[in-house]
Write a protein that binds this ligand. Structure first.
Ligand SMILES: Nc1ncnc2c1ncn2[C@@H]1O[C@H](COP(=O)(O)OP(=O)(O)OP(=O)(O)O)[C@@H](O)[C@H]1O
Ligand SMILES: [Mg+2]
Length: 475
C-alpha cells in the first residue's frame, strides 16, 4: 500500500516534502546532538538514529502528501474546466478523505448552480426572442454581446461581437450610444435612418443598466421600425383625403344646381324638375357614402372581438334574396339559391354576414349581364384556402359563392377590387353608381371572422365571389 503510494508520488515537485521531513526531524536531531555532547551516544549512533528518524518521518508524511498532491491536481483541472466529474480515487488518510468529500460537494453545488443559470439564461433568451422589436445588449466598449431574434433578422445573424460603430453609420445614433456608455446620460431616445435601408426610419431607446447588474452588459438598445407606423399614418391620411374627395364631388354638383336654380333656371319648370332629380340622386349617394364610411369604421372597431352568435347561413341567404329580388327583377335578373337542407351552424356575427352577402349580391346585380341569373350556393368544405397576408382559421368551413354572368374582370382589376374607393374604369364610364367601399367592407368582415375571399372570373362562367367562413373561429 505504502509502496503503491510512493509510486504515485511525484518526486519532481517534492521540495516541500523534503523540507517538511527535515523540519519534523529537527527536534530529534537536537536531542541526538545533546546526547552526543554528553558522550552518551557515539557519532556513529547519532547518525544512524537520525537517519532512522528521517526514514520514519518520511513514511509518516508520504501518504498524506501523495494524496494531497492528487487532490491539488484534481482541483486545478476542475478550475480549468478540463474535467467535470467527482474525485473518485480511494484515499486512506482521513484528512484527505474529508477534503475530497468537501471538494465533491462544492463541485456538485456549482454544477447545480450552473444548470439553473443556464436554464435561466435560456428562458430569458426565449422571452427576448418573442419580442417583436430588435433588442441589443452592449458592453462598455460598445461591442454587441447579445441580440434577440428580431435584431438578428434586422441586422444579420453575425451581429454578435461586432462593435456598434461597425454596424450603424448614423452619427447621431453612435453619439447617443457613446453618451450612455460614458455615463454622461442615463438614457437616450432618438430617430435615425437605418444604414441598411436609408428610407427606413428607426426610433432608438438606449438605456444604461442599473449599477447592481454585475454582468458585462452595461446598456440595452431597443429599436423600433417607424416605417410601418409611417405607412399606417399615410394610409389613414390617404383615406381621409379620398373620403373628402368622394364627398366633395356630389356636394359641388348640388351647390352648382342650387345656384342654377336661383339664377338662370329660376322660372324654367322643366329644368327645375330635372335638376331637383339630379340633386336628390347626389344627396342619396352622399348618404350612402357616409353610411358605408361609418359601417367600415364600426367593423374595424369590432375587429378584435370574437363573434358570439351561432348562425344559420341559409337563413341569412334567404333574408338577402328577399331583400334584393325586387332590385334584381328591375334589371331582368333572377336570384337562384342552391343551399343544402342540412347545414351546421357557424360562429359568426349575423348582421355583418348579412351585410357581406348583400354587398356581393348587390354587385352581381349592378355589374352582371341583364337578363341573366345570379346563383348563390353554399357548400361545406374541409378547410379555408390559406392567405399570404392574413391568418385564416383552421378546420371545417362553409363557402358561399355568388355568381353572375358578364365579361371577365382583368387580372389588374382583380388584384385591386377590395381596395377602398377602387372602382373599375369601365363601370365608372357606364355611369354605374357606387361608392367603391362595398368590397372593402366585405373584406373587413371576412378578416374579423378569420375567413377568406376568392374571386374567379371568366368570359364563359362570369364572375364568382366565394367567401369562406369557419364553422368555429380558431385564431
Ligand atoms: N360582380 C362583379 N362583376 C364585375 N365587377 C365587379 C363585381 N363586383 C365588383 N366589381 C367591381 O369592383 C368595384 C368595387 O366594388 P365595390 O362593391 O367595392 O364598390 P361599388 O360596387 O362600386 O360601390 P358600393 O358597393 O360601395 O356601392 C366595382 O366598382 C366594380 O368595378
Ligand atoms: Mg358594391
Amino acid at each position: 500500500m505504502l509502496f503503491k503510494k510512493i509510486g504515485r508520488f511525484e518526486f519532481d515537485n517534492n521540495s516541500n516534502f523534503i523540507a517538511r521531513v527535515l523540519v519534523l526531524s529537527l527536534p530529534a536531531a537536537l536531542v541526538f546532538a545533546l546526547l552526543g555532547a554528553l558522550n552518551l551516544l557515539t557519532p556513529y549512533w547519532i547518525i544512524m538514529s537520525y537517519i532512522m528518524v528521517l526514514i520514519a518521518n518520511m513514511f509518516f508524511l508520504l501518504p498524506i502528501s501523495t494524496e494531497l498532491q492528487q487532490l491539488k491536481k484534481y482541483i486545478n483541472e476542475l478550475a480549468k474546466g478540463e474535467i467535470n466529474e467527482d474525485f473518485n480515487v480511494e484515499l486512506s488518510e482521513q484528512e484527505a478523505k474529508e477534503i475530497a468529500e468537501a471538494v465533491n460537494s462544492v463541485h456538485k453545488f456549482w454544477i447545480n448552480r450552473t444548470d439553473a443559470l443556464e436554464s435561466q439564461v435560456m428562458s430569458d433568451t426565449a422571452v427576448l426572442d418573442t419580442l417583436p422589436d430588435p433588442i441589443l445588449m452592449i458592453d462598455r466598449s460598445g461591442n454587441i454581446l447579445g441580440a434577440n431574434l428580431s435584431a438578428r433578422q434586422f441586422l444579420g445573424n453575425d451581429i454578435t461581437n461586432k462593435n456598434i460603430e461597425n454596424v450603424f453609420s448614423a452619427n447621431n445614433f453612435i453619439n447617443a450610444v457613446n453618451r450612455v456608455l460614458k455615463k454622461e446620460s442615463e438614457a437616450e431616445n432618438l430617430i435615425f435612418y437605418s444604414s441598411i435601408d436609408p428610407k427606413q426610419k428607426v426610433y432608438a431607446h438606449i438605456k444604461q443598466l442599473p449599477w447592481f447588474s454585475k454582468g458585462r452588459t452595461v446598456a440595452v438598445i431597443s429599436l423600433y421600425d417607424l416605417s410601418k407606423a409611417v405607412k399606417i399614418e399615410k394610409m389613414q391620411s390617404d383615406f381621409v383625403a379620398n373620403a373628402s374627395h368622394e364627398l366633395r364631388t356630389p356636394l359641388s354638383v348640388i351647390s352648382g344646381f342650387i345656384e342654377t336654380l336661383q339664377t338662370s333656371a329660376k322660372d324654367d319648370e322643366q329644368a327645375r324638375e330635372y335638376f331637383l332629380k339630379i340633386m336628390a340622386d347626389q344627396a342619396e349617394f352622399m348618404s350612402e357614402l357616409i353610411e358605408n364610411l361609418l359601417s367600415l369604421s364600426r367593423i374595424e372597431l369590432s375587429q378584435d372581438e370574437k363573434p358570439t352568435e351561432m348562425i344559420n347561413l341559409s337563413d341569412v341567404v334567404d333574408e338577402v334574396v328577399q331583400a334584393m329580388s325586387l332590385k334584381a327583377e328591375n334589371k331582368n335578373m333572377q336570384i337562384i339559391s342552391d343551399v343544402p337542407e342540412e347545414l351546421p351552424l357557424i360562429n359568426a356575427d349575423h348582421q355583418q354576414i348579412r351585410q357581406l352577402i348583400q354587398n356581393l349580391v348587390d354587385n352581381a346585380i349592378k355589374y352582371g349581364l341583364s337578363p341573366s341569373d345570379i346563383t348563390i350556393s353554399i357548400k361545406e368544405v374541409e378547410k379555408i384556402p390559406p392567405s399570404k397576408s392574413f391568418q385564416v382559421s383552421d378546420g371545417k368551413a362553409l363557402s358561399v359563392s355568388v355568381n353572375n354572368k358578364g365579361t371577365k374582370i382583368s387580372r389588374e382589376d382583380l388584384m385591386r377590387l377590395t381596395e377602398r374607393f377602387y372602382r373599375m374604369q369601365e363601370h365608372k364610364d357606364l355611369n354605374i353608381k357606387g361608392t367603391g367601399l362595398g368590397l372593402s367592407i366585405a373584406k373587413q368582415i371576412i378578416l374579423r371572422h378569420h375567413g377568406n375571399l376568392t374571386v374567379n372570373s371568366t368570359n364563359y362562367n362570369g364572375t364568382t365571389f366565394t367567401v369562406y367562413l369557419p364553422i368555429e373561429i380558431k385564431s
